[in-house]
Each structure stands twice: as C-alpha cells, then as structure tokens.
Ligand binder design. Structure first.
Ligand SMILES: NC(=O)C1=CN([C@@H]2O[C@H](COP(=O)(O)OP(=O)(O)OC[C@H]3O[C@@H](n4cnc5c(N)ncnc54)[C@H](OP(=O)(O)O)[C@@H]3O)[C@@H](O)[C@H]2O)C=CC1
Ligand SMILES: O=C(O)[C@@H]1CCC=N1
Length: 266
C-alpha cells in the first residue's frame, strides 16, 4: 500500500513525520506533492519520502490519497484528482468543514472517502483525531488509515453529524488551550516571574489537570471543590471567573468555530 499526500503544509508534514518515526510505514512508500516544490524537496531530504511533480504522478503511484490542502483550495485540486482517479484509490480528507457529500460531488458517489480531523499536536505525536467514512470504504483500508493516524496520537470514529463539534473541541481547541496557558503565564509575569519559568509551570499544571480529569473518573466540578479550601484562596479566583462569564465565553467561542465549520459545506 502506498500513501500520497497532496499539500505538504503543517498538518501533512506532522502526519508524515509521525508515520516515518513510528517504524510502521516505510518512507519510500510515502509520496508527496506540494504547490511550492521546496516543501516537497525538504521532506524528501529529511524523511526519505518520494517527491513528485504533479497530482497525476502522485496518483499513479499511490493507493491512499491524503488531501492536505486548505478547504478553499479543494475546488482547484479535486477536479484534477477526479481526472486521475482509479478503482484502487481511497481519498482521505483532513479539511475542516467539507463533508463526504462535498467530496462525492467532485469525485463520484462510489469513491471511497474517509474524513479525518486531526489536530496540530500531531507534530509531537499527541493529536486527538476522529474519522468517519463513506460506506464504500473496505474495512482493510479503514484499518490502514486508522493505523496511519495512530502514529500521530489517538483516533476514534465519530458519526458525521458530530464532525463539526469534534473539529472545534478536538481540532481547534488546542489554540484556546495555548491561549489559556499563555494568559496564566502572563499573569505570573505581572507578579515578577520570568516568562519561560511561568510558561513551563502553567503548561505542566494544565497537563496534570487534564490527566486528572481522564484518570480520576471524577466530575470536573468535584475536582474544583477539592481545590477550593473553605475561606481559602482558590475560591476567590473561581468566583471571579464565574462573574466574568468564563463558561459562556468558552461556549461562545465553541459556537463561533462550529458555525464557521458548518458554513464551509454549504
Ligand atoms: N492547522 C491545523 O491545526 C489543522 C488543520 N486541518 C486541516 O488541514 C488542512 C491543511 O492545513 P494546514 O496544514 O494548517 O495548512 P498549510 O497552509 O500549512 O498547508 C497547505 C499546503 O497545501 C499546499 N497547496 C495549496 N494549494 C495546493 C495545490 N493546488 N496543490 C498542491 N499543494 C497545494 C500549500 O502549498 P504552498 O507551500 O504553495 O503554500 C501548503 O503547503 C486544512 O484543510 C485544514 O482545515 C485540520 C486539523 C487541524
Ligand atoms: O482553523 C482551521 O481551519 C483548522 C481546522 C481545525 C484546526 N485548524
């Protein structure tokens, strides 16, 4: 089985890196094509993947075709993909907002299509990804694609009607979390702590808290209560966040991302 990536930006690079480093995929079975050739050359030099000069060349070699371009580039790329489509091909999209029906419209109703939503933490092998597939995808190929994304983190199946909300809380939320960590660190800088020290402490506190939620089986508010000593310090901050609409601010941000994601398939 050979894997071809069209568009070698942040996400495709992270996925290729994960595949090569895992030892589960041979780099000479991975092909790449990018609009700007320098990115293809760089990946070929660093990871030993096969550089190609066109979508036609890439598709003639590969079975699994991963579309790594931005959603707005798909109307340029998909007609070319359609021209060179063969029965052996499975199409994998990581694009925000574009549903299976959208791809079937450009390709055909019987083309096997797998939608995957990874996140940028794939760069360090820590993506929280999900997938959904058209009914034409054989189980063997589905298994290959889930194995591929396991090289950059975890992957679960999610029904397509939940894809937009997954794309927000799985795909986009790392940006929110980076902002939260930076805000904690900046607040510590105001108190005189050096920024690098503050960032390390804030990031580790978030990491530990995430592990606590996953491992303790306790409700998050029960954990909040365990931190808030009666008459103590933390409750002052928790009350402050509540009066400043912490939860509804997050809900609004989640709704904004999800609305935009849904609008991309219209
Ligand atoms: N960034 C993220 O956190 C996440 C992104 N995604 C999805 O991943 C996809 C890629 O995002 P990301 O990696 O961030 O984007 P990038 O802009 O980093 O990468 C897109 C790449 O596509 C290339 N490209 C554009 N047009 C063509 C074309 N016609 N033929 C070949 N290559 C082309 C660009 O080349 P050039 O060098 O010429 O610009 C660029 O290298 C998007 O669909 C996005 O929705 C999904 C989850 C998370
Ligand atoms: O912002 C975006 O469009 C992409 C999709 C999910 C994360 N980043």
């Amino acid at each position: 089985m050979k894997y071809g990536f069209i568009g070698l930006g942040n996400m495709a690079t992270a996925i290729i890196k994960g595949m090569c480093n895992s030892g589960d995929f041979q780099s000479n079975f991975i092909y790449g094509y990018n609009r700007t050739k320098a990115k293809t050359t760089k990946l070929a030099t660093s990871y030993g993947i096969q550089a190609t000069d066109s979508i036609e060349e890439l598709m003639s070699h590969c079975d699994v075709i991963v579309l790594g371009v931005k959603p707005q580039m798909l109307p340029d790329v998909l007609p070319v993909v359609r021209t060179y489509l063969q029965e052996k091909h499975v199409i994998v999209s990581i694009a925000a907002g574009k549903n299976i029906t959208y791809f079937q419209g450009y390709l055909s109703e019987v083309t096997p299509i797998i939608r995957v939503m990874p996140n940028i933490n794939a760069l360090i092998g820590a993506s929280t990804s999900c997938y959904t597939a058209s009914e034409q995808v054989p189980n063997t190929q589905l298994q290959l694609v889930t194995t591929l994304f396991e090289t950059v983190g975890t992957i679960i199946e999610v029904p397509e009607h939940l894809f937009s909300i997954f794309a927000t809380i799985g795909g986009a939320s790392p940006a929110f979390t980076y902002m939260y960590i930076d805000a904690l660190a900046r607040a510590a800088v105001r108190e005189g702590m050096p920024k690098n020290m503050a960032l390390e402490i804030a990031a580790n506190a978030v990491l530990g808290s995430a592990k606590m939620i996953l491992q303790s089986q306790e409700h998050p508010w029960s954990l909040v209560d365990q931190v808030c000593s009666p008459g103590g310090t933390t409750i002052q901050g928790v009350s402050s966040l509540q009066s400043n609409h912490f939860e509804t601010t997050i809900h609004d941000a989640v709704a904004a991302v999800t609305d935009k994601d849904r609008s991309l398939s219209k």
